[in-house]
Ligand binder design. Structure first.
Ligand SMILES: Cc1cc2nc3c(=O)[nH]c(=O)nc-3n(C[C@H](O)[C@H](O)[C@H](O)COP(=O)(O)OP(=O)(O)OC[C@H]3O[C@@H](n4cnc5c(N)ncnc54)[C@H](O)[C@@H]3O)c2cc1C
Ligand code: FES
Ligand code: FES
Length: 1543
C-alpha cells in the first residue's frame, strides 16, 4: 500500500538519526561507518576542532563534551559530560550536544568557566583545557555544585602541565560554597573584565557570570544600552537583552531566557521584521521568502517550555510536540479528567516525524495556522475540538505578541472519538505496510500480538537478516553493519531472532571498549539507551535496578534510598564504592549491565560492580526470548550463556543494621584506575559477645585470579566463631592466606602483594568494627585515608614600576586555549585531498625482518600506500649526526636489524585516520633470528658486555685521592635504581605535511624546528630551503618532542612527497608509547665514607644510565654534574656510564639528568643519615658546600614559613612514640597509619647553550608590534614572557604586542626548546631587537614634543626607518650562567594496611630571580613538582620480558597523577628580593628545577616506613625500596603481613 497522503508523514522506521551540536542540527545516516565516534564526527564532520582527543579510551578527558538528553525512564532531561571518544555517533539520537565552541568564544563572549580557567592560570599547553571546561560546564549546568563534589569530579581529566591546583581553584571559584578569599582572589586578578568583554557590544557579557546557570534573577538594574546597527535600523541593545546576541550578516540573533527579554527586544526593534525561533521547523512547511532581520531564539525560555498539571493542564507555548505527547501520555493515566489527552497524544504522534516533533513546538504550529489559514493544522484542530484557550503575552501599545500558554479544558472524558481512523493513514513507504510499530502501543510493552509481522530482507555483510519494520524505532544500514535503536526489550528479542548468529552488541554507554578494545566490529548494534525498563528502578519493597541504569544514576539512587529506606541504608557504602569506578563522564553513560558483561566476557576483569553486588547478595533477572525471565545469583550469571539474553534488572536484598558491610578498592592512584585488589565483607555479628559470627559471612575479592570470588574456606571457618577473638583471627588469616592464589599477569602487580593486601583488607575490616578492648594504637588501622578539600597558597613579588614585566598576567593564549580556539597540529582544517598515515611497528625486540607483505592491507578499499625503508630516496635516518646530541643514525624505518619491539618498520597511508590505524595490523611481517631482548639494566651491567656498557664520563679529579682513614667513621655501600617515565603529552606526536609549489609546508609538533627541517631534507634529498616549518604551539612536550618528533615528521614528509598529497600523521597513544623513547632509567652503585656527623669524606660511584637502542642523547654526564646540587663534592669520584639496551632510544624528559642526579645524591644523604643515626636534614646541612650560603638561608626561611620543626614534632607524635633510634618495644601511637616528613634542598646549575633568534616588527599605522622567535610555545608561557619583556622594553602596553607562530624563515638554524632556558633566551633576543629598534627610532623623536607611541612610530616610518629588527642569541651576548636554588618540605601519611598514601602538605621556596611573569612561574613550579610525583610514585613502565614489547601502553595501565593525587595543601613561594645579577632581565628559569625537588616525597615516605618496619620487628637500619614507590612497593616495604595482625 502506498502512502495515502502527501501531507502526512509516513512513519517508517527512521533511517537516520538526528542530534544537535551547539544548537545546530545534524543528521547521520548509513554513510557514516559504524565505528565512528562522536569525537570523530565533531572534529571531522562538524569541523569543530576545539574538542580534543588523545587516548580514545575514556582515560584522559581531553574529548569531553556536554550532552543534554532525556532519561528514557524518568523522562527528565539533564546535562552530563561524556567522553566523545567512547560514544558512537549513531547513539546520539535526540541529544543536544555542546562543545567548547558552543559555550563561549571570541565572537559571542566567553563563558565564565573559560575566563576563570584562563585568568587563574589553569592552562599551560592548553590541550586538556577544553575537556576540563566541558567537564565543569556539565557538572554545573543542572545544579549548583559545591567544592567537594567538584574536586571529586575531575578524576577522568588528566593535565600533565599544571599540577591541577590552579584548575581546581579556578573552578572552585564558581562553586556555591566558594570561600570569600577565593572570590576575592578572582576580583583581584587584574584586567578581569577585559577578558570577558563582548566583542559585539564591547561590554561585559553578563550572561557569562555565575547566575547564568540559573534562572533570571530578577535584577533589572544596571541595564546599559548600546547602539547596534542592524541593516540600517538602529536598535538599542542591552548586554542584558538576551543571553546571547550575535551580529549576523544583515540580521541579529538573540537567544533569550525569559519572556521579559522577548518583549524588551520587541520594544527595541520596532517594526523591523522578526521571527521567534522555536524549533524552526515551520519553514519546512512554508519556505521563508524573505529572511527576517531579527531572530529571537526562545528554546531556552523555561516558562514557554514549561507545563503545569495542577488543577488545569497548562502547556507552555513552546513545549515541543514530543514533550507534549509524553506529557499527555502521563497525564492521561494519572488525571481522570484529562484521560482524553491520550487521544490527543495519538493524534500529535501523526504530526510530522520524530525529529521534527522533538523540536517543533505548539506555538510554532499555531502560528503557521495564524499566518496561513489554509494550513490544515492538526494541533489547531485538536485544540479547537477540546476547547483549549490560549494566553497571549502582549507588549503594551504594540501589537506584537507571542503565545505564552495553552490551557486545556477539564472534564473531557476519554470517549471522544474525533481522531478515529487516522492511524490507517500511516502506511510505510519502505514496506508498503501499515507501520504499526509507530502506533502508540508499540512504545509500550509487548502486546503479545505477533501477527502481521511482514519482514523485509536486509543483507548484512553476507548474512541475510530478516528485518521487520517492527524491529526498532530506528534502523540504519551502515557499512557492513546495522544499527537499531530500540525502545523496549521486545524489540531486542525480535532483532536477536532475526540476526541468528551474526555477531551483535548491545550499546549501553559503549564505554566497555575503553577497557577492552574491540578487535572486530560487530555487525549488529542494538542501542538500548531508550529502553525505559532497562533504565528504570523501583524502590517499592525491594530495590530493583534496570540493567542499563547508568553508574552515576545508580550512585544518586543509592544516596537517596540509603537515607529513606532503613534496610537499604547500606547502599550508601555501595555508592561510595561506585564513585571509585572510572570517572564521571564514563559513569554518566556506562551502565551496570555493561560492566557486568565485561566481567562475564573477561573473568579476569576486577569489576567493582560485580564485587559489591556479590557482597550484598544481589540477584540478576536475565531476560531471554519469549519473555522468559530467570533470576540468577551473581555467581551463576558468570557461567551462563548470555547469547541473545539481556540483563533486565538487578535486585538488591534488604540488609538491616545487624550486618556489618564494608567494601574496599585499592588502586594505583586516587581515582580513575582499576583495582589491584577489591574486597567486600558482609558479616552478621553479635558485637557484644566477642563478635560472634551469627551467619555464614561473605568474604569476596576481585583481582586475585579470574575465577576467585568467595574466600569459601574462610567463610566456612568463621561461621559461628568469635571474630574478635585473637586466636580465631590468627587461624582465619592463615586459612585465608592459603586460599588466596593470585595469578601473575604482567603488567599487573605481583601475586605476593595482592595476596598480602587481600589479607590486610580483611584485617582492616575487622579493625573498622572497633572490637571491644582494641588498643588505641590499632584503631586508626580500621579507618580509610580521608582526603579533605585541597588548597594552595602562592606568594611572589611583583615590581609595579616595571609592569608589564614582573606582572602576574594570564598567558596570552589562555582564553584561546580555554575556548578551544587555540589550534594544535591536528586542528589544522581538513585539507583538500588529504591522507592519513600510521606506523607499522615491529613486534619483537631483537632479530631481523626477513619479509614484509603489505598486500592484505593494500586490498582494503581506501588504503593507498605502504612505505618502508626502500622507499626513502635519501638517508634512512632522523638523527643527523652533525646536529648536537646525536652520534649515530637512528632509522626512520627499520631496514633489517631490529633494535627494539615497537620500532617503526613502515607506514600505511589511507584515506581516513581510522582506515590507516586499522590496516596497520594487516601488514604481515616475517622475522628471523629472533632472540630475547636485553631489557634489564642490572642484567646488562652484571654481564659486563663491553658492546653495551660505555664510560661516558670519567670522575673529576678530587682534592684528596685517598681519604684520611681517621676521618672515616662509616663506610656505606648501596645502590639506587629508578625506572623510566613516559612524557604523557596530552597531544601525541604528530605532523602534517603539505606539498607546495616550492617544496613542502611542514607542521610538526616539534620542540626543534631545525631538526625537522634537516631530517626531512636529508631523507627526501631535497634542499633545506624548500621546507617551510611552522609551529604555533604544541600540546605538551616535556622533552619528548625534541628529537623524537623527527621520526614522525620525516615519515610524514616522505608520504607527502611520494603521494604528492597532504598527509596527516597523528600517533595513537599506543604507538606513541611503544615506538618512542622515554626518560632514561638509572642504576647507581655507590660507596661513601663519612665521619660521625654524616659529612661525606669520600664518595665513589658508578652512575649508569639506560641509553636504550642508540647512544644518542646520553645524559649521564649531566646527571653526574647535577648530583653535586648544593653539596661539597670535592671528595666525590663519580663515573658516568651508558648502557645500551633493547628498548627505544631514551630521550630528554623534563629535568633530564638533573632529576636523576639530584635524587641520587639525596638518596645517598638519606642512607648516610640512617647509618650515622642522625636527622637526615642535619646530615644534608652538614654536607652543604661552604660557599652555598643562599641555600642555608632558604632552608632557614622555609623551616619558619612551613613551621617545619613543630610539624615534625607532631609527625613524630603521630607515628613514633620516641626518637626513631631509641624505639624498642612499646608503641602507643598509630600502628597502621604512619606519617613522614622530609626537607630537601636544591642547587641547580643552569647552563645556556644554542642559538635563539627573534624578529620584532613595529607596524607604523597603529604602533602595534609583532614578535616571532625561535622557541616553541609548549605551555611554559614563552610567548607571554617575550611579550611582557618587549612591551616593557618599548615602553608600551602589553595589548599592543602579539607573538606569532615560530617558523624556520625568521628563526633558521635555531636550537631546541628545552632545558628551561628557551624562554629566557628568546626573551633576551627579543629585547635586543627592541633596543635596536629604539636606537633606530631615536632620531625620529626630534621635533616631537612628548610624542605618544603611535606618533613616534609614525614619525619613524615617515623617515624611512626600518621598523623590523632581528637578533640571534648568542651574538656578542653577555648573559652568564647561574645557579637556581630551591627548598621543599613534604609531609605524607601512609596507610600500612593498603599501601595507599596521601601527600598532606608541600611547601616550596623556589628561586626565580625577579620573575618576569610570576603566575607563569608558579605554574611551572607546581606542574613540574606534580610531574615528579608521578615519576616517583605512580608511573610504572613494564616491558614483556620475552618480546620486549611495552605492556603499559595505555591510560588503563599507565598512571600519571590525577587531580586528587596532588598535595592536599600545596604552598609555593617564589623567593622574595632575589634579583638575578646574571640572567635575562634579572629573572631565573623555572621549568625543570622544581621537578628535582619532588624526590622529597620519597624521603617523607621513608620516614613513615622506617617506623613501620621497626614495628614489624626489623632493626632500625637502611633498606632498599623499589621505585617508583607505587602502592605495591610501599605496602611491601612496610612489611605488612598476617603475622603482625593483632587485636
Ligand atoms: C576509563 C575507564 C575506567 C574504568 N574503570 C573501571 C573500574 O575501575 N572498575 C570497574 O568495575 N569498571 C571500570 N570501568 C568499566 C565501566 O564500568 C564499564 O565500561 C561500563 O560500566 C560499561 O557499561 P556500558 O553501558 O558503557 O557498556 P557497553 O560498552 O555499552 O556494553 C558492554 C557490553 O555489555 C553488553 N550489554 C550492555 N547492556 C546489556 C544488557 N542489558 N544485557 C546484557 N548485555 C548487555 C553489551 O552487549 C556489550 O557486550 C572503566 C571503564 C572505563 C572506560
Ligand atoms: S580521548 Fe577521550 S578520554 Fe581520552
Ligand atoms: S595544560 Fe593541561 S595538559 Fe597541558
Amino acid at each position: 500500500m502506498a502512502c495515502m497522503s502527501s501531507r502526512l508523514e509516513c512513519f517508517a522506521p527512521a533511517s537516520e538519526i538526528t542530534f544537535t551540536i551547539n544548537e545546530k542540527k545534524y543528521t547521520v545516516s548509513g554513510d557514516i561507518p559504524p565505528g565512528t565516534s562522536l569525537n570523530t564526527y565533531i572534529r571531522n564532520h562538524a569541523n569543530l576542532r576545539g574538542t580534543k582527543v588523545m587516548c580514545h579510551e575514556g582515560g584522559c578527558g581531553s574529548c569531553i563534551v556536554a550532552v543534554r538528553s532525556q532519561n528514557a525512564f524518568t523522562k527528565e532531561k539533564s546535562t552530563y559530560a561524556v567522553n566523545s571518544c567512547l560514544v558512537r555517533v549513531h547513539a546520539c539520537h535526540g541529544w543536544a550536544i555542546k562543545t567548547i565552541e558552543g559555550i563561549g568564544n571570541k565572537k559571542t563572549g566567553y563563558n565564565i568557566l573559560q575566563t576563570r580557567l584562563a585568568q587563574m592560570n589553569g592552562t599551560q599547553c592548553g590541550y586538556c583545557s577544553p575537556g576540563m571546561v566541558m567537564n565543569m560546564y556539565s557538572l554545573k549546568n543542572d545544579k549548583a555544585v559545591n567544592m567537594q563534589e567538584l574536586e571529586n569530579s575531575f578524576g577522568g581529566n588528566i593535565c600533565r602541565c599544571t599540577g591541577y591546583r590552579s584548575i581546581l581553584e579556578a573552578f572552585k571559584s564558581v562553586a556555591v560554597d566558594a570561600p570569600p578569599q577565593l572570590k576575592n582572589k578572582v576580583e583581584d586578578i587584574e584586567e578581569l573584565h577585559k577578558m570577558k568583554s563582548c566583542p559585539n557590544s564591547g561590554m561585559t557579557c553578563s550572561w557569562n557570570s555565575n547566575d547564568d546557570y540559573g534562572e533570571d534573577d530578577g535584577d533589572d538594574s544596571n541595564e546599559d544600552f548600546v547602539h547596534v546597527n542592524v541593516h540600517g535600523a538602529e536598535i538599542e541593545q542591552s548586554p542584558k537583552l538576551s543571553r546571547i546576541h550575535l551580529n549576523l550578516k544583515n540580521a541579529q540573533w538573540f537567544k533569550v531566557t525569559n519572556t521579559k527579554e522577548i518583549f524588551e527586544i520587541f520594544d527595541k526593534v520596532g517594526n523591523v521584521p522578526y521571527v521567534l525561533v522555536g524549533g524552526n521547523t515551520a519553514r519546512g512547511v512554508y519556505r521563508l521568502t524573505v529572511e527576517p532581520q531579527i531572530y529571537i531564539d526562545v528554546q531556552d525560555v523555561a516558562e514557554l517550555k514549561s507545563y503545569s498539571t495542577d488543577s488545569t493542564l497548562t502547556l507552555g507555548g513552546n513545549l515541543s510536540l514530543n514533550d507534549c505527547i509524553n506529557l499527555f501520555n502521563t497525564v492521561s493515566k494519572t488525571k481522570y479528567n484529562y484521560a482524553y489527552t491520550e487521544i490527543l497524544a495519538r493524534h500529535i504522534d501523526l504530526i510530522a516525524n520524530v525529529p521534527v516533533r522533538n523540536v517543533g513546538t505548539i506555538a510554532g504550529n499555531l502560528s503557521i495556522k495564524h499566518e496561513h489559514p489554509e494550513f490544515p493544522s492538526d494541533l489547531f484542530l485538536i485544540l479547537v475540538t477540546v476547547g483549549a484557550t490560549l494566553t497571549i503575552g502582549e507588549l503594551l501599545h504594540i501589537t506584537l505578541s507571542c503565545v505564552l500558554s495553552i490551557k486545556l479544558m477539564n472534564s473531557i472524558r476519554g470517549d471522544v472519538t474525533i481522531l478515529s481512523e487516522l492511524h490507517k493513514m500511516k502506511s510505510c513507504p519502505n514496506s508498503g505496510m501499515t507501520c504499526s510499530w509507530n502506533s502508540n502501543d508499540d512504545y509500550g510493552e509487548d502486546d503479545g500480538d505477533d501477527s502481521n509481522e511482514d519482514f523485509v530482507h536486509v543483507n548484512v555483510h553476507g548474512a541475510e537478516i530478516e528485518q521487520s519494520p517492527k524491529l526498532s524505532r530506528i534502523h540504519l544500514n551502515l557499512k557492513n553493519a546495522q544499527w537499531f535503536k530500540v525502545t523496549n526489550t521486545k524489540e531486542i528479542f525480535e532483532i536477536f531472532d532475526k540476526v541468528g548468529n551474526v555477531p551483535y552488541v548491545l550499546v549501553g554507554g559503549n564505554t566497555a571498549r575503553g577497557v577492552y578494545r574491540l578487535t572486530v566490529e560487530p555487525q549488529i548494534y542494538i542501542d538500548v539507551q531508550d529502553v525505559a525498563e532497562l533504565k528504570s528502578y523501583s524502590t517499592d519493597s525491594t530495590l530493583t535496578l534496570g540493567g542499563n541504569l547508568s553508574l552515576n544514576d545508580c550512585i544518586n539512587l543509592f544516596n537517596t534510598v540509603s537515607k529513606t529506606k532503613y534496610n537499604y541504608a547500606y547502599t550508601e557504602i555501595l555508592a561510595r564504592h561506585i564513585d571509585l569506578i572510572a570517572n564521571v563522564p564514563v559513569r554518566n553513560v556506562g551502565t551496570i549491565a555493561g560492566n557486568l558483561s565485561i566481567k562475564h566476557e573477561h573473568p579476569e576483569f576486577p569489576s567493582d560492580l560485580f564485587l559489591i553486588l556479590v557482597t550484598v547478595g544481589a540477584t540478576l533477572t536475565i531476560a531471554s526470548k519469549g519473555f522468559l525471565y530467570r533470576n540468577v545469583s551473581m555467581i551463576d550469571y558468570l557461567d551462563m550463556d548470555m547469547k541473545h539474553k539481556v540483563i533486565k534488572s538487578i535486585t538488591l536484598p534488604q540488609i538491616d543494621d545487624t550486618y556489618s558491610l564494608k567494601t574496599y578498592k585499592i588502586m594505583p592512584r586516587a581515582q580513575n584506575a582499576h583495582a589491584y585488589v577489591n574486597a567486600g565483607f558482609l558479616f552478621k555479628l553479635n558485637k557484644t559477645a566477642k563478635g560472634k559470627v551469627l551467619k555464614k559471612p561473605i568474604i569476596v575479592y576481585g583481582g586475585i585470579n579470574p575465577y576467585f570470588v568467595h574466600a569459601v574456606n574462610t567463610e566456612n571457618f568463621l561461621d559461628g566463631k568469635n571474630l574478635f577473638d585473637f586466636k580465631t583471627l590468627q587461624t582465619a588469616m592463615k586459612i585465608l592466606d592459603a586460599e588466596l592464589k593470585p595469578d601473575q599477569v604482567l603488567p599487573d602487580a605481583s601475586p605476593t602483594f595482592r595476596r598480602r593486601l587481600a589479607s590486610a583488607l580483611f584485617y582492616k575490616f575487622i579493625l573498622s568494627l572497633s572490637p571491644p578492648g582494641l588498643p588505641a594504637r590499632l584503631l586508626s588501622g580500621g579507618q580509610d585515608l580521608v582526603r579533605p578539600l585541597s588548597s594552595g597558597k602562592q606568594q611572589f613579588d611583583t615590581d609595579k614600576t616595571e609592569w608589564p614585566l614582573t606582572k602576574p598576567v594570564p598567558k596570552l593564549e589562555a582564553l584561546a586555549q580555554c575556548s578551544g580556539e587555540a589550534q594544535y597540529i591536528n586542528d589544522l582544517p581538513a585539507l583538500p585531498n588529504e591522507t592519513f598515515a600510521a606506523f607499522v611497528l615491529t613486534s619483537v625486540g631483537q632479530g631481523y625482518i626477513s619479509d614484509i607483505d603489505p598486500s592484505q592491507a593494500l586490498k582494503v578499499p581506501g588504503v593507498l600506500k605502504f612505505l618502508c625503508a626502500k622507499d626513502i630516496p635519501g638517508l634512512n635516518n632522523f638523527t643527523p649526526v652533525d646536529l648536537p646530541s646525536f652520534e649515530e643514525y637512528e632509522e626512520v624505518f627499520c631496514s633489517g636489524e631490529i633494535k627494539y619491539a615497537g620500532q617503526p618498520l613502515g607506514l600505511i597511508v589511507a584515506e581516513t585516520q581510522a582506515l590507516a590505524l586499522e590496516s596497520v595490523s594487516k601488514v604481515k611481517v616475517e622475522y628471523s633470528n629472533v632472540v630475547h631482548p636485553h631489557l634489564e639494566m642490572r642484567d646488562i651491567i652484571a654481564s659486563g658486555d663491553k658492546t653495551r656498557i660505555r664510560v661516558e664520563k670519567e670522575p673529576d679529579a678530587v682534592k684528596k685521592d685517598v681519604p684520611d682513614p681517621n676521618e672515616v667513621a662509616h663506610v656505606i655501600k648501596g645502590s639506587f635504581d629508578i625506572g623510566t617515565q613516559y612524557h604523557f603529552t596530552m597531544e601525541t606526536q604528530q605532523c602534517v605535511c603539505v606539498p607546495t609549489e616550492d617544496g613542502m609546508d611542514v607542521y610538526p609538533s616539534s620542540q626543534w624546528m631545525d631538526l625537522t627541517q634537516v631530517g626531512i631534507a636529508r631523507a627526501l634529498s631535497i634542499p633545506e630551503n624548500s621546507i617551510n616549518v611552522k609551529v604555533r604551539r604544541i600540546g605538551g612536550g616535556y622533552g619528548s618532542k625534541i628529537s623524537r618528533n623527527s621520526i614522525v615528521s620525516v615519515a610524514c614528509a616522505l608520504a607527502a612527497q611520494v603521494l604528492n598529497r597532504p598527509v596527516r600523521l597523528i600517533m595513537s597513544l599506543e604507538s606513541n608509547m611503544e615506538a618512542l623513547g622515554k626518560r632514561c632509567d638509572i642504576a647507581v652503585n655507590y660507596e661513601v665514607g663519612t665521619d660521625n656527623s654524616g659529612k661525606v669524606q669520600y664518595l665513589k660511584a658508578d652512575f649508569y644510565e639506560n641509553a636504550g637502542s642508540s647512544w644518542n642523547e646520553i645524559m649521564v654526564p649531566d646527571s653526574v654534574s647535577f648530583m653535586t646540587s648544593c653539596y661539597d663534592s670535592s671528595a666525590w669520584k663519580v663515573r658516568g656510564l651508558g648502557v645500551r639496551s633493547d628498548i627505544p632510544s631514551t630521550t630528554w624528559c623534563r629535568g633530564p639528568g638533573s632529576t636523576e642526579g639530584v635524587a641520587t645524591i639525596e638518596h645517598i644523604m638519606q642512607h648516610v643519615a640512617k647509618v650515622v643515626k642522625k636527622d637526615p636534614l642535619q646530615v644534608r646541612l652538614n654536607n652543604v658546600s661552604s660557599d652555598d650560603t643562599v641555600i642555608l638561608q632558604m632552608v632557614k626561611d622555609l623551616k619558619v614559613s612551613a613551621d617545619y620543626d613543630a610539624r615534625k614534632g607532631s609527625v613524630d607524635a603521630h607515628t613514633h612514640t620516641q626518637e626513631l633510634s631509641t624505639i624498642t618495644a612499646t608503641f602507643q601511637n598509630n600502628r597502621w597509619m604512619k606519617r613522614g616528613i622530609a626537607l630537601v634542598p636544591l642547587k641547580y646549575a643552569l647552563a645556556y647553550a644554542g642559538n635563539f633568534s627573534a624578529l620584532v616588527s613595529i607596524y607604523a599605522a597603529d604602533g602595534t608590534v609583532a614578535v616571532a622567535h625561535g622557541g616553541i610555545e609548549c605551555g611554559q608561557g614563552i610567548n607571554t614572557k617575550v611579550a611582557q619583556a618587549v612591551a616593557y622594553t618599548l615602553g608600551i602596553s602589553l595589548e599592543l604586542v602579539s607573538v606569532k607562530p615560530s617558523n624556520n624563515l625568521t628563526a633558521p638554524n635555531n636550537a631546541t626548546t628545552g632545558a628551561s632556558i628557551t624562554s629566557e633566551l628568546c626573551t633576551y633576543a627579543s629585547v635586543q631587537c627592541c633596543k635596536e629598534l629604539l636606537k633606530r627610532m631615536e632620531p625620529a623623536k626630534k621635533g616631537l614634543k612628548d610624542p605618544t607611541w603611535p606618533q613616534w612610530v609614525q614619525a619613524a616610518y615617515q623617515q624611512n626607518i626600518d621598523l623590523c629588527a632581528t637578533h640571534m642569541y648568542p651574538y656578542n651576548d653577555d648573559v652568564k650562567m647561574y645557579d637556581i636554588f630551591g627548598v621543599t618540605v613534604c609531609e605524607v601519611e601512609v596507610d600500612l594496611l593498603t599501601g595507599r598514601h596521601q601527600i598532606l602538605r608541600v611547601d616550596i621556596i623556589e628561586d626565580a630571580g625577579k620573575s618576569m611573569s610570576p603566575e607563569i612561574d608558579i605554574g611551572q613550579v607546581e606542574g613540574a613538582f606534580v610531574m615528579g610525583l608521578g615519576y616517583w610514585l605512580t608511573e610504572y613502565v613494564v616491558y614483556d620480558p620475552n618480546t620486549g614489547k611495552l605492556l603499559t601502553n595505555r591510560t588503563w595501565n599507565y598512571k600519571p597523577p590525577g587531580a586528587k593525587d596532588i598535595p592536599i595543601d600545596f604552598r609555593v613561594e617564589l623567593r622574595k628580593n632575589a634579583p638575578n645579577p646574571f640572567g635575562v632581565l634579572r629573572s631565573k628559569a623555572t621549568g625543570e628545577p622544581p621537578l628535582c625537588m619532588s624526590c622529597s616525597v620519597l624521603f617523607a615516605l621513608r620516614y613513615a616506613l622506617d617506623s613501620a618496619r621497626i614495628e614489624a620487628g626489623k632493626p632500625d637500619e637502611w633498606y632498599q625500596m623499589n621505585l617508583p614507590a607505587t602502592v605495591e612497593h610501599i605496602f611491601l616495604t612496610s612489611l605488612t603481613n598476617i603475622d603482625l595482625f593483632t587485636l
